[in-house]
Design a protein around this ligand. Sequence first.
Ligand code: ZN
Length: 60
Amino acid sequence: MGRPQDEEMGQKETDAKSDEQISVTCPECGAKVKLAVKDAEEKMTARCPKGHEIALVKAL
Ligand SMILES: [Zn+2]
């Protein structure tokens, strides 16, 4: 008894996932590149500051 109302469920969980970032290392020059997970999943590539393209494996 005394079961609380599920008011808490009404609170929107923050979309932490949406601006979650991953960092990948460029295989060409070893530069660390940070990008949003969202972008990574969308494009499946990242670009390092020197312009190398980094292929991302879909294993995030
Ligand atoms: Zn590079």
